[in-house]
Design a protein around this ligand. Structure first.
Ligand SMILES: *Cc1c(COP(=O)(O)O)cnc(C)c1O
Length: 479
């Protein structure tokens, strides 16, 4: 171990203790004991380098106390060992929030995923004949039963599903899509870009608001591989608009011996109208209308793990499954186990609302949410002190994840309003303080207040929510 060259240092570094001295101090030994020698030593090195740098800039004293350096090291270690991704309270009002991880899994799926993580499983192993099996077989029978499809393939997410069907069925050929459906979903999923990366030529037809059957028909050539429909998901064209019925489009495609592909996006497996939610097309409906292949997400309305489901005609499914890209996009055993378990819940629809968190949250009664607000208000007001006013408000939740933002669910929440002089920057500071809690709380800023929509704070988690409000005592004025 080279000795620190203390005497060659013109900038005053010699005034800092050596790493060894820090490590051998009682505080240093305690850190080493707790976090291991390697991490502690490396962190001391970083802390000393930082102190030297600050000194060189004239921002820190030349001599630094061992205790100050030890404290800096302890803080750094706790920052570094804290998981970067951790639990938060999603009080944003968006139930399926892509940035917050979308659907929450039911208990049974968590148990199945845990078992698959901790044990060897018959992932691709046929227990009857002891031969190699097919991993998608664990879910294919459930998916076909729930959608009426002849076959199913599952992949990493719906973007992968769309990519794979285009790659497997239309590579180096043309795919016809209406200009009204060339959508972007959540920043990086854009139909033209996916087409290009799957090496398909996009043949745009019609206009943004109106596309007719004859527009499709006139664009069919010998290079055409498929006609594709894309669910506009997060936006809607209203007024003077037209697109042909799916059944007419299917009839046209089949007359020319082409498949009709339909990217549904959310694609719920059940009729949501029965729960008073906005209607979302189901894969079954799309298949009945004549689509040959339908794609949808596993972690949107379906309420499962991140994955993409591809369902449809047996011969096309076979082609997709045997595409070399399938392996690159396939699901791991953990998510496959979780997906199988979620799909199993759908076979008992009477219990679905009780067991599937996504459906439970989306259908939670407003009075129930209001009751949560009433129970929490006193603790929140107390934690905020008298510089901030907390009040129960009516608000509206969104489904999220590409579901229409105009379809909203009546909800209740708590609005925090700093007193007049504190508005503006104060509100951002307040939101930051809530995000800095041990389990960060994510709200949204709306009309001069920090709003917490309580739809996704179920009674079982209220206690954990309230317990950490004590942290605000240490942070004096939060706004
Ligand atoms: C959400 C969505 C996708 C992307 O699905 P991911 O599961 O996020 O990959 C693709 N198409 C449509 C229509 C969507 O709504």
């Amino acid at each position: 171990m080279p000795k620190p060259s203390e005497h060659t240092d013109r900038s005053g570094r010699a005034a800092l203790p050596s790493i060894d001295r820090l490590l051998q101090s009682p505080g240093g030994m305690a850190l080493s004991e707790q976090h291991g020698h390697t991490l502690t030593r490396n962190t001391f090195r970083q802390v000393l380098a930082e102190a030297r740098h600050q000194f060189a800039l004239g921002r820190a004293p030349q001599v630094q106390d061992v205790d100050v350096l030890l404290a800096a090291c302890a803080t750094k270690i706790s920052q570094q060992t804290r998981a970067s991704m951790d639990r938060v309270f999603n009080l944003s009002g968006t139930v399926l929030h892509t940035n917050l991880g979308r659907a929450l899994l039911p208990e049974s799926a968590v148990a199945a995923a845990t078992a698959a993580m901790q044990s060897a499983v018959n992932l691709e192993y046929d227990l009857t004949d002891g031969q190699r099996g097919e991993r998608d077989a664990h879910v294919e029978h459930l998916i076909t039963q729930l959608t009426g499809a002849e076959g199913a393939v599952v992949v990493n997410n719906n973007a992968a599903a769309v990519y794979l069907i285009l790659y497997a069925l239309a590579r180096r050929k043309e795919v016809i899509v209406s200009r009204g459906e060339l959508v972007e979903i959540g920043g990086s999923f854009r139909i033209p870009d996916i087409m290009a990366s799957a090496n398909c030529k996009l043949r745009e037809v019609g206009t943004t608001n109106r596309t007719h059957l004859k527009d499709y028909e006139q664009s069919i050539t010998t290079s055409t591989a498929a006609i594709m429909k894309v669910h506009a998901s997060n936006y809607r064209i209203e007024g003077f608009s037209h697109c042909p019925a799916e059944s007419a489009l299917a009839e046209l495609a089949h007359r020319h011996d082409l498949p009709l592909l339909n990217d549904l996006g959310s694609g719920t497996l059940i009729d949501l109208d029965q729960f008073g939610l906005p209607h979302e097309p189901t894969p079954r409906e799309a298949l009945l209308a004549g689509a040959d292949i339908v794609t949808f997400s596993g972690d949107k309305l379906l309420g499962g793990p991140q994955c993409g489901l591809i369902v449809g005609r047996k011969d096309l499914i076979k082609k997709i499954r045997h595409s070399p890209m399938k392996r690159a996009l396939r699901l791991d055993k953990i998510r496959l186990a979780a997906l199988a378990s979620v799909l199993q819940l759908y076979t008992t629809p009477e219990k679905l609302r009780e067991h599937l968190p996504t459906l439970r949250l989306l259908t939670r009664a407003t009075q129930d949410i209001q009751a949560t607000a009433q129970r929490l208000l006193p603790s929140i007001q107390k934690a905020m002190g008298n510089k901030i006013q907390a009040a129960i408000i009516d608000c509206a939740s969104q489904i999220g994840s590409g579901a229409l933002p105009v379809d909203i669910l009546p909800s209740a929440g708590i609005a925090l309003t700093p007193h007049a002089s504190k508005r503006g920057q104060g509100l951002n500071q307040l939101a930051l303080a809530w995000r800095q809690l041990p389990r960060p709380v994510i709200g949204r800023i709306h009309a001069g207040a920090l709003v917490f929509d309580l739809r996704c704070l179920e009674p079982a988690h209220e206690q954990a929510f309230v317990a950490q409000l004590a942290q605000f005592k240490h942070a004096h004025s939060v706004a």
